[in-house]
Design a binder for this molecule. Structure first.
Ligand SMILES: NC(=O)c1ccc[n+]([C@@H]2O[C@H](COP(=O)([O-])OP(=O)(O)OC[C@H]3O[C@@H](n4cnc5c(N)ncnc54)[C@H](OP(=O)(O)O)[C@@H]3O)[C@@H](O)[C@H]2O)c1
Length: 356
């Protein structure tokens, strides 16, 4: 892969939909000083429309936004958008029609929502793992614009941990138990959950998303169709009283017998298109492997490292081909806002995004 010409004379104008939500506010924070994208427009529901970002962005540190961003006024849902690039942080039920209408109108939509992820025409991309799936954009002939998606916030930590192992040793089966943070439930839902000293063993639709999205992302592109990965996978998802960070307890069976050090090396050396292209949001390293027996912990690890990296620890062999480990990823950053931004950077750097 060649390094792109990233000496853009002008930053590409961008809009954020759902800019007041848990993910939307992260996007606003990341776009505030982005070298390639310029945040020009923000939308939210009718409840927030008319307020400035300074008034509505209650999850960002006070005073952290540059004055021109803080002063942006939230527009109501149906208002016209001028920016060619739209980041969608809308709930899935609203996102489906809104994103399609924008793609038909020529916008490039990069979405955190689940509405289009499993559509065969829509790339579901983790930039390190399956950048070649952007080829699916060629199948979106009905739209003059495009829709590209990033995965569910729990899927990301799983596929980044599995991809190097699948590539090096082959994978037979995976079982995963998730312990998911409050911020993954969205700003309002999180407040309604009874999570003080509690665990809620149900996140609507999450297990199916974790299973089907992992199959698609780890799948092979055959022509312009993604053939799902040939891999048995099962998931159990739980909401836990953690502010940010989804922990996954993974049990898997490889196709080969290997030593622990080979797994650790595969993780530590893992990198992909974002690192080769030196994208602004690319973590380096992608995977931080921890030897400490009490790592990874959400609060400790996520506050002291790049939120675009994932953490792996607790590696344990349980059979000749069987292993267990724990992964941790930042759900609203790597699992949503930061993941979308990295995907948009990849699309721009590889000529997959119109600049007007
Ligand atoms: N949270 C995560 O960790 C995470 C991770 C990956 C993917 N996702 C996905 O990302 C999307 C956003 O999640 P979130 O957690 O940020 O949700 P959220 O906190 O509930 O935010 C929802 C946003 O949508 C706006 N909105 C609500 N109703 C609307 C309407 N009718 N028209 C236009 N805008 C409307 C809200 O505006 P108001 O504030 O004005 O109501 C708010 O800005 C979802 O699809 C979610 O599944 C979330």
């Amino acid at each position: 892969m060649t390094t792109p010409d990233t000496d853009y004379a002008e930053r590409l104008s961008a809009c954020v939909l759902g800019a007041t939500g848990a993910v939307g506010q992260r996007l606003v924070g990341l776009l505030a000083d982005h070298p390639w994208f310029e945040l020009r427009e923000v939308q939210a529901s009718l409840t927030s429309a008319g307020q400035s970002l300074a008034q509505a962005a209650d999850r960002l540190p006070p005073g952290s936004l540059p004055p021109e961003i803080a002063a942006l006024e939230l527009q109501p849902p149906t208002s016209a958008i001028e920016a060619p690039l739209v980041f969608s942080a809308l709930a899935a039920d609203i996102a489906r029609d809104t994103e399609e209408a924008l793609a038909r109108a020529g916008k490039t939509v990069v979405s955190c929502a689940s509405s289009w992820r499993m559509d065969p025409r829509v790339p579901l991309v983790v930039p390190e793992v399956n950048p070649e799936h952007l080829e699916l954009l060629e199948t979106q002939a009905d739209w003059s614009g495009a829709i590209a998606t990033n995965p569910n916030c729990s899927t990301i930590g799983l596929v980044l941990a599995l991809a190097p192992l699948k590539h090096a040793f082959g994978l037979e089966s995976v079982h995963v138990v998730s312990l998911q943070a409050l911020s993954g439930a969205g700003a309002a839902t999180a407040r309604s959950l009874d999570l003080l000293a509690n665990v809620v063993p149900h996140i609507a639709g999450e297990e199916a998303k974790l299973e089907s999205e992992t199959h698609k992302i780890l799948g092979h592109l055959v022509g312009q169709i993604v053939k799902p990965a040939d891999l048995a996978i099962s998931a159990q998802c739980n909401r836990v009283p953690v502010a940010d960070g989804h922990t996954l307890c993974v049990s898997l069976e490889l196709l080969e017998a290997v030593e622990a050090q080979e797994l650790i090396r595969a993780w530590r050396e893992y990198c992909g298109a974002p690192q080769e292209l030196e994208l602004p949001g690319a973590p380096d390293p992608v995977i931080l492997f921890h030897e400490d027996p009490d790592a990874p912990q959400p609060r400790r690890e996520l506050e002291s490292s790049d939120p675009m990296a994932i953490h792996i620890g607790r590696l344990r062999q349980t059979g000749p081909y069987n292993w267990q480990f724990t992964t941790l990823s930042h759900n609203t950053m790597r699992g949503a806002a930061g993941g979308s931004l990295l995907l948009a950077e990849l699309m721009l750097a590889t000529g997959r995004m119109a600049r007007s």
